[in-house]
Ligand binder design. Structure first.
Ligand code: NAD
Length: 298
């Protein structure tokens, strides 16, 4: 069994991005710029935004933060997005989710210009991705595809089972795995909360991608000998062994499943570290106008 080391792969991606940014600066170019908008004071969201800013700094990007109060109106947020949409020096915009209840998340997602939507949440990016056009692909599915590619895992013709159909993980990764691309070209089955015979289906998978949000739901009986297992879940489990009082676990029972898998992502250190790396890749692409060349959408 081999561990897919997301931490090391994400560090490798960050080094490649740093080298590319250094070249851009050497050629008198402008460093890529990511703008983050945070509404309210949710501590977890604050940490996510901080971590993204730190990662930007590490690779030589410019990052800027726009903090709105939880009491600010939807219009205030729309105005901030509009300002950033029009700022020629901003390449990527992320609006940290979730948003306060009085703000319509769908409306906000659609307010970010597709060319700057480095989270890949805008329906134009989701739609382009679905039909195989260049698009910003959202961080987690993109990170999973990077893990498979960089671990040189063959996906062509394989049976891939995705458990979970959320818009941010299960559905997009199932589309990417079925596309005529490398990685991709797999025969994909999507399972969800209404699936019958989950064990029968999952135990047929050569590649099993698990994004259920249920701690350690997938056990060894649900996994084929030699399968590649990608665990997207993250949960806190109380633990006296850790100073913090908890340890992180996934949707997969790592101890028993790792004995059957050929490759497996650990939690933490698997899919998690790839999300920021994916965001950085998208922001670099935005600064190079790789997805939407000047002629489109301007
Ligand atoms: P979600 O709750 O939006 O979706 C869960 C999906 O699982 C649903 O489609 C549901 O139909 C399916 N499901 C639920 N119970 C099931 C069951 N018993 N059998 C089969 N299918 C079942 O969750 P999400 O946003 O896709 O996230 C999934 C997990 O991944 C969560 O633990 C989340 O914290 C984690 N996550 C991690 C990262 C990361 O960076 N590592 C990013 C996003 C999400």
């Amino acid at each position: 069994m081999k561990i897919i080391d997301g931490k090391s792969i994400s560090n490798q991606i960050k080094s490649e991005i740093s080298a590319e940014v250094a070249k851009i600066i050497d050629n008198n170019g402008r460093a890529p710029h990511l703008a983050s908008i945070l509404v309210g004071e949710d501590p977890a969201s604050q940490t996510y935004v901080e971590n993204k800013a730190k990662a930007c700094k590490k690779v030589g990007f410019v990052s800027s933060k726009y903090n709105l109060s939880a009491k600010d109106s939807e219009n205030d947020l729309l105005e901030t997005i509009e300002f950033l949409n029009n700022d020629q020096n901003v390449d990527g915009i992320i609006v940290q989710l979730p948003l306060p209840e009085h703000i319509d998340e769908k409306k906000i997602i659609q307010a970010v210009k597709p060319e700057k939507d480095v989270d890949g949440f805008h329906p134009i990016n989701a739609g382009r991705m679905a039909i195989g056009l260049p698009a910003y692909i959202s961080a987690t599915p993109f990170g999973i595809m990077q893990l498979l590619q960089r671990s040189e895992i063959e996906t062509k013709g394989k049976n891939c089972v995705v458990i979970g159909r959320s818009n941010i993980v299960g559905r997009p990764v199932s589309i990417l795995m079925s596309q005529n691309a490398d990685p991709g070209n797999a025969t994909v089955t999507v399972c969800h909360s209404k699936t019958k015979n989950l064990q029968e289906i999952s135990s047929n998978a050569d590649i099993l991608i698990v994004a259920i949000g249920k701690p350690e739901l997938v056990n060894a009986d649900m996994v084929k000998q030699g399968a590649v297992v990608i665990d997207v879940g993250i949960h806190r489990k109380p633990s006296t062994e850790k100073k913090s009082g908890f340890k992180l676990i996934g949707d997969v029972k790592f101890d028993e499943v790792s004995k059957k898998a050929s490759y497996i992502t650990p939690v933490p250190g698997g899919v998690g570290p790839m999300t920021i790396a994916s965001l950085l890749i998208n922001t670099l692409k935005a600064s190079k106008k790789e997805i939407y060349p000047q002629t489109e959408h301007n």
